[in-house]
Design a protein around this ligand. Sequence first.
Ligand code: HEC
Ligand code: HEC
Length: 500
Amino acid sequence: MKEHLRLAVFLLPLVAQTGAVAGEITPVDQAALNAGVAADPDATFLTAFDAGDELTEFSFTAREGVGANVGEGRRFSRIPRADLDDPGEWAMHVPTRETGPNATSCIACHIVPAANGAGDVALNAILDPRHTGDPALFLERNTPHLFALGIPQNLAEEMSSELLAIREAARARACADGGRETARLVAKGVEFGSIVAVQTEASPCKVHFDTSLVEGVDDDLIIRPFGWKGERATIRDFTRNAAHNELGLQPVELVGAADGDFDGVTHELTVGDITALVVYMAGLERPVNVLELAELGLAELPETDRAAYLAGAARFNAIGCGSCHVPEMVLEDTNFSEPSDTFGYFDVVFPDGSDPKARGLDAATAVSFDLAADQPNNRIEVDGRTVALGALTRDDSGRAIARWYTDFRRHDMGAELADPDDPQGLGAAVFMTRSLAGVGSTGPWLHDGRATSLEAAILAHGGAAAAARAAYAALDAVAREEIVAYLEGQIIVTLDEEDD
Ligand code: HEC
Ligand code: HEC
């Protein structure tokens, strides 16, 4: 059964894995993007997308400021070096360095099964955010894929907006009744505990929110879909920190004109560079499944495999996997914009203290595209019509369906999966439900890459997922294989681009 699924994938014309690209790179000018948006928004989306493509593949050199002054004459470091704390060295970088720098391109790590993908354990990031210098406390993070990140950001934006609306309604009721109002926090069917609004002053009405019963999300009710622990709200916020931490390229919006990594180079990435990277990752093709490929005639799926996949899908939900890895959500607004204008999902100030608008980053001139139509990659001809395989599909009532397999909620996963340290105070064993979109293509699995098979990843679940794990373990071998077949059927496919 497994062999058939693999075979089906190999029938597709996969793009050969390409290494990082050398040469020259031109910084992206945010002002030029803004002018482009005014003149021709669709073309500007493509311009930004292509520039982001180049930026993720480009192998940066010392000339552009890749790497940092680690100390001891070194530019890169696989392991955190809190011991190097003389002026300008690893431990003295601004902002505080958590890891690296340990690569010259994004796709040095994001490469499984293809560029923009996940990473092997050799590419794990090793972090020491508290600068303990103690390897026993270092955190390890496996590299996740970067495909279609506009989908999780937009879903998170809509869910947070729902939660904030519930909070505001509780505020209004507490003001009207003069008392305490408890509201259940539910967004897209996912429960986040409850919040209590307590009136503290009558006129003008003032309300205190008791957040002690809020679950799985920060007290501010902003869902942060990026990072294994669910730490960052936007692709942009994650990206500028990745550029600094992994590559030693310090974006101006992070450090201004300073040389915070003491490598003699300033202005290492422009505001426009970060915009292009965000637009690229947001607009990459989404992961697909073997069933839809078969329906389009792009893969052979023998009837037994098809039956196994469908049986696995049903079992996945029946034993409780789907309560966290929610198989489908409706995305109301398929327009992705960088920057967004959703509360909590744009920079009010940049980390360097500057005003984003003063640097040209403004929702009024956002680069935007439609997640259900505009993805440039994986556009194919099927029976004489163009299918945008990378885009979200719509159901019979025209609603865009996102198959991201997460509830965007943090869960306590039990002692076995816990980190050795808890620098952010989120709970050492707490992780956000990892999306299973593309999970059949991205091994090894789990936050530190410890699982070398999908079954091992499932059996490592504990804590809030202990019951689902036990239900899985109690199934017979055939039923377990069906669930694994269903997961193996969630794949990343990058098709040949006609115009390359
Ligand atoms: C040294 C390997 C490495 C390099 C180089 C690297 N990354 Fe990553 N990336 C990771 C790891 C590991 C994570 C998970 C980090 C975590 O959750 O704490 C990650 C996560 C991400 C995420 C969040 C994805 C998600 O779904 O949570 C984004 C976005 C990202 N990287 C973008 C980039 C960009 C853009 C670059 C180049 C500027 C880059 N990365 C370079 C290893 C790397
Ligand atoms: C309580 C919520 C919850 C339930 C229930 C749950 N999971 Fe998970 N799942 C998670 C979290 C959180 C992670 C990330 C854990 C980590 O990396 O340490 C995860 C990770 C995974 C991964 C690895 C993903 C990757 O990219 O590395 C797989 C595969 C997976 N789950 C499958 C399942 C299956 C199958 C079931 C049902 C038997 C299930 N999960 C039930 C929360 C849950």
